[in-house]
Design a binder for this molecule. Structure first.
Ligand code: HAM
Length: 425
């Protein structure tokens, strides 16, 4: 055993996931798969952690901040440009097209989780490697699936103990009668107020005018207060779609705020866009974000395949949760305490008997005395200590101690499994 810590540390913006937090992560995934999304017909899948760089350039958009500034891109030994996934949606749509899932029954409803990578400036709730749970429903254009997805997001956050506010918008679709017309009006407005914009926002007026809504610069924020609203420029079809989504959310008693400045950072979005924010998070307050992406499959070379989905940041979810951080994992039910050589030889068979019966059991592997083993029992979170000493062995018994109440009783050795099974149910 060494007292010397390693001279290496994890790269900036990454972190090690250690117990007990690691248990809580698995609880979040379990909640997602088994309680909320799985029972609603969403099936687990995963994509590679790296993709051909073009998947993100064409999918997420060459002008988006994620692609221009944040991707971890490298050439492999064969000279191919690969990128660690900064988000899951582009890869999932690539996988749906490649595996022809869109030729089966629609919509394709998928659930995926894992690490994503973005080279951003690290701060509380913002990391360079972070974990998302990502939900996608692919194949339907109708507003019903938008409402389903948003309701699932809300329920998941409720189950995970997060207090949220829902921001909702429609950003139309890429057509002269809709978003393109709006963008012209927005560019005109930005040009008129160019001298008051922050320099960085001035530069991208033509390339990506919507980004001005995300600016953190005070000067730009002031200008954007008077900017034309996308919701007033939607074409008839997009407006009808948005009205329908809202009507369905109202029928579910879901409370939301229409936020015409909500444009999202990825370029594939069309029509419905939404974010769930938590006031418990500080600057990085968006715990979950998503929207529709009706043109994404086409940008990746596929046919018309509309879709909608969202991703929630697991790191942020745990920071915002009011309940998960109090939750204590208790996988070990019984801690076997063995005092003396003879009992020591009986301990592993007893632990094994419990484990084979499906009861969580652990024991001391460091040769500690009675006191040290009782401390170990407390640390393990076990409810019961099964204590074996010479006395008990001679009588063919053991002492079963309830570590919560302190009560203890002697029971026949052979009754331990059935007694625990009765007490634990
Ligand atoms: P996004 O808004 O870029 O959307 O990310 C979704 C969520 O991931 C955020 O709300 C946040 O909780 C978490 N997140 C993002 N960046 C970081 C970071 N650097 N550190 C910690 N957490 C972070 C997407 O990724 C879309 N693919 C969502 C989607 C799915 N849209 C449709 N389908």
């Amino acid at each position: 055993m060494s007292d010397q810590p390693t001279s290496f540390s994890a790269p900036r913006g990454t972190r090690d996931l250690l117990p007990p937090e690691s248990w809580r992560w698995h609880r979040v995934f379990d909640l997602a798969l088994n309680r909320v999304f799985g029972p609603a017909g969403y099936e687990p899948m995963d994509t590679p952690i790296f993709e051909h760089t073009e998947v993100f350039e064409r999918g997420v958009g060459e002008a988006s901040e994620v692609v221009t500034k944040q991707m971890y891109t490298f050439d492999d030994r064969g000279g191919r440009s690969l990128t660690l996934r900064p988000e899951a949606t582009a890869g999932i749509v690539r996988a749906v097209l490649e595996n022809r899932l869109d030729k089966g029954s629609l919509p394709v409803k998928l659930l995926c989780w894992g690490p994503m990578f973005r080279q951003e400036r690290p701060q509380k709730g913002r990391y360079r490697q972070f974990t998302q749970i990502d939900i996608e429903a692919i194949g339907s254009e109708g507003p019903a699936i938008d409402a389903e997805i948003i309701e699932l997001a809300a329920r998941f956050l409720n189950e995970a103990g997060v207090e949220w506010r829902l921001l909702l918008n429609s950003i139309g679709h890429m057509d002269a009668s809709c978003r393109l017309g709006y963008l012209e009006a927005l560019v005109d407005y930005l040009r008129t107020h160019e001298s008051h914009l922050a320099p960085e926002d001035r530069e991208r007026i033509e390339a990506n005018p919507l980004r001005a809504f995300d600016s953190k610069e005070g000067a730009t924020i002031a200008v954007m207060k008077g900017a034309p609203a996308i919701t007033e420029h939607l074409c008839e079809n997009c407006e009808r779609h948005f009205d329908e989504v809202r009507r369905m959310l109202d029928a579910l008693d879901l409370v939301y705020t229409i936020d015409p400045t909500l444009v999202r950072g990825l370029d594939y979005y069309t029509r419905t866009a939404f974010e769930f924010v938590s006031d418990d998070l500080g600057a990085q307050s968006t715990v979950l974000g998503g929207g529709r992406y009706d043109g994404l499959a086409e940008s990746l070379g596929g046919g018309h395949l509309p879709g909608i989905g969202f991703a929630l940041g697991v790191d942020r979810l745990l920071l915002a949760s009011h309940t998960l951080n109090e939750w204590q994992p208790r996988p070990v039910a019984v801690f076997v305490v063995a005092v003396g050589d003879r009992a020591g030889r009986e301990a592993l068979p007893l632990v094994t008997e419990l484990r084979r019966a499906g009861i969580g059991a652990d024991w001391d592997l460091m040769g500690r005395g009675m006191k040290g083993q009782m401390k170990g029992a407390d640390r393990s979170g076990a409810r019961w200590a099964a204590i074996l000493g010479d006395d008990e062995l001679d009588a063919g018994e053991l002492t079963l101690k309830d570590l919560e109440t302190g009560e203890q009783e002697r029971i026949p050795h052979g009754r331990l499994v059935s007694d625990i099974q009765t007490k634990e149910t």
